[in-house]
Ligand binder design. Structure first.
Ligand code: MN
Length: 497
C-alpha cells in the first residue's frame, strides 16, 4: 500500500479533512446524545444548508452527518457531492452526472487485494462485540430502533456467480451481536439473498462504513444486474481500488474504510424492522416489517476515533443523501438508458423538490423532429424503457420537457409541466409496472401497493414534435432584443433598482 495521503474521493478521512479546509465542516467537541440529538442536529444542518456536523462520540467512534447534503456555500451548493468523485468544488450537477457515467462502455478495472489496511487497525470478536454500546443513533422519534447502517456499503456475493454487489441498505441494532435490515425487492441485494435462500446457507455480508466516497457513490447508483460495483469504481478512477479480506468470511472490503461490520445474514430468522423515517419525509407509525437478521461475527475499525457516517432522511426542504445520491444517480442511469436506445435526450434530473419521485427528461427538439414521432408514441416508448428497469424503479412521474427547459432548475420544470401538459390527454399511465413501495401514495394510498401508479407527462406542445416553438417566452431573458437588455442593465443602478 502507498503511504502518501490518498485523495478525498478515495479516503473518507481525507474527505472529512477536505470539507474542513472548504470551511464546510463544524467540528463538535461537546457531548451530543446519539438518542435523537445527533440526528436533530444533522437534520437541521440539511435544512439550513449549514456545515456538515460531526457529532460526539463515546471515545471509540465519531459521527459525521450530512456528508452528502448541500454545502454551506450558496455559490457552490453541490460541493460536498462533487468532492465524493474528485471533481473540482465548482463542478455542476451535470458535470457530476457526466463523471458518474464516464466509465460506461469501458471495461471494469478489478480491485487489487492488499494484505492489510487502515480498517484493520483494531479488531473485535466474540464477547467483545456489543452493538448496543456503539453510538448508533436514533434518527427520528417514531423510529423503531437505532440505525447503525445508513451510509455504509452492504457487500454481498452471489453464491454461484462471480457477481459481487455493493449497495446501501438500512440496518438497525437488534441486540449485542445482531442487527436487522431492510432487504427489499427488486434491489440486487434482495435478488442475491433469494439465491442464498435457495442454496440453504446463510449469506455472508460485510458493511463498510466510512468507505472511499467514490465507492459510496457507485454503490448508490442503479448499475445493471451483474455489474460488480468495485470494478466500475476502478474504471471511474482509472486505477484499481484496494480491497482487503474480511476476518470471518471470504468477502473483500475497501481497505480504506473507517469501520467494517461482518458476519452472515440469516436465511431463516427475521425480526421487526422499522418504522424508519424514509426518503419521502414520512415515518409511518403502522409500518410492520419483518426483515432478515444480520449476525455480527467481527467488527474492525480505524484508529484515532473511527468516523461513523450517518444519513437522516426526510423532507427535501433540506436535501439529504437519499435525494442527492439516490436521485441524482438514478438520473444518470436513466439518461444513459435513453441515449443508448437512440432517443434524443440531453439530460435527466430528479428535482429534489419532488423528493426525487419525479424525473425531468430534457429532449433535443431538433433531433426529435427527425424521428417523425408524436407525443403518445414517444412518451409510451420512454415509459416502457424507464419503468421496466431498475434505474426507473423509484420514479413515478417522468416529465418530458423541451431543451428550453433546464431540468436542474425546478422553476423551469414546474413551469413547463403546469403550462404545457394537459391533464388527461398529455398523461400516459402505466399500471402494469413495478411500483416503488416506499412512495407514500403506494404504501398508504388507494389501490395496488406493488404495481402501477406511474405516469409519463408530456410537457411538449404537439407542434414541438415537428417544428420550431411557436412562442416567445415572456421573461427578461427571452422577451427583449439584446440592445434593450444591455441598455436596461447599464442603467439599472441609475434607476435606483
Ligand atoms: Mn448492483
Amino acid at each position: 500500500m502507498t503511504t502518501s495521503t490518498p485523495p478525498p474521493h478515495l479516503d473518507f478521512r481525507a474527505f472529512v479533512d477536505a470539507l474542513r479546509s472548504d470551511n464546510d465542516l463544524a467540528d463538535i467537541n461537546a457531548e451530543v446524545d446519539p438518542n435523537l440529538e445527533v440526528a436533530a442536529v444533522t437534520r437541521r444542518a440539511y435544512e439550513l444548508q449549514s456545515k456538515a456536523p460531526p457529532g460526539a462520540h463515546d471515545g471509540l467512534f465519531r459521527i459525521l452527518g450530512a456528508s452528502g447534503g448541500l454545502s454551506s456555500d450558496p455559490q457552490f451548493p453541490y460541493r460536498r457531492l462533487v468532492r465524493h468523485v474528485g471533481l473540482s468544488p465548482n463542478a455542476s450537477l451535470g458535470d457530476f452526472i457526466d463523471k458518474m457515467l464516464s466509465a460506461k462502455g469501458k471495461p471494469g478495472i478489478p480491485p487489487v487485494h492488499v494484505e492489510t489496511g487502515p480498517c484493520k487497525e483494531n479488531k473485535l470478536f466474540g464477547n467483545d462485540i456489543d452493538l448496543t454500546k456503539l453510538p448508533a443513533p436514533l434518527l427520528n422519534k417514531a423510529d423503531g430502533g437505532n440505525y447503525i447502517q445508513t451510509m455504509g456499503i452492504n457487500i454481498v456475493q452471489h453464491p454461484t456467480k462471480a457477481w459481487v454487489n455493493w449497495s446501501i441498505a438500512r440496518a438497525m441494532v437488534l441486540d449485542k451481536t445482531r442487527m436487522v435490515g431492510l432487504i427489499m425487492k427488486p434491489q440486487h441485494i434482495a435478488r442475491i439473498y433469494a439465491q442464498w435462500i435457495e442454496s440453504g446457507k446463510d449469506m455472508p455480508f460485510a458493511i463498510a462504513l466510512g468507505a472511499p466516497p467514490i465507492a459510496v457513490m457507485a454503490s448508490s447508483m442503479p448499475l445493471p444486474e451483474g455489474v460488480t460495483e468495485s470494478e466500475y469504481v476502478g474504471a471511474l478512477c482509472g486505477e484499481p481500488l484496494e480491497l482487503v479480506k474480511c476476518e470471518t468470511n471470504d468477502l473483500y472490503v475497501p481497505a480504506r474504510s473507517e469501520i467494517v461490520i461482518e458476519g452472515t445474514v440469516s436465511i431463516t430468522e427475521r425480526a421487526k424492522e422499522g418504522p424508519f423515517g424514509e426518503m419521502h419525509g414520512y415515518s409511518f407509525l403502522d409500518e410492520e416489517l419483518m426483515e432478515p437478521i444480520y449476525n455480527v461475527a467481527a467488527i474492525t475499525y480505524r484508529s484515532g476515533n473511527a468516523i461513523l457516517p450517518i444519513s437522516v432522511p426526510g423532507r427535501a426542504t433540506g436535501p439529504d443523501e437519499t435525494h442527492t445520491l439516490i436521485g441524482t444517480l438514478a438520473s444518470a442511469e436513466i439518461r444513459q438508458l435513453l441515449q443508448e436506445n437512440g432517443l434524443p435526450v440531453l439530460n435527466v434530473f430528479t428535482p429534489y423538490e419532488t423528493q426525487v419521485i419525479w424525473a425531468a427528461v430534457q429532449v433535443d427538439r431538433k433531433k426529435l423532429w427527425v424521428l417523425e414521432t408524436n407525443a403518445e408514441e414517444f412518451c409510451r416508448k420512454i415509459g416502457q424503457l424507464v419503468f421496466r428497469r431498475k434505474c426507473g424503479m423509484q420514479i413515478h412521474r417522468l416529465l418530458i420537457v423541451g431543451d428550453d427547459i433546464d431540468p436542474f432548475n425546478f422553476k423551469d420544470v414546474i413551469w413547463s409541466y403546469a403550462s404545457r401538459c394537459r391533464p388527461g390527454m398529455d398523461e400516459y399511465h402505466f399500471e402494469d409496472v413495478a411500483a416503488y413501495p416506499l412512495v407514500p401514495y403506494m404504501s398508504h394510498g388507494p389501490g395496488t401497493k406493488l404495481t402501477g401508479g406511474k405516469v409519463v407527462a408530456n410537457c411538449l406542445l404537439p407542434h414541438e414534435y415537428k417544428q420550431e416553438q411557436m412562442w416567445v417566452t415572456c421573461d427578461f431573458e427571452n422577451g427583449y432584443p439584446e440592445e434593450i437588455k444591455e441598455k436596461v442593465l447599464r442603467r439599472w443602478s441609475d434607476f435606483g433598482l
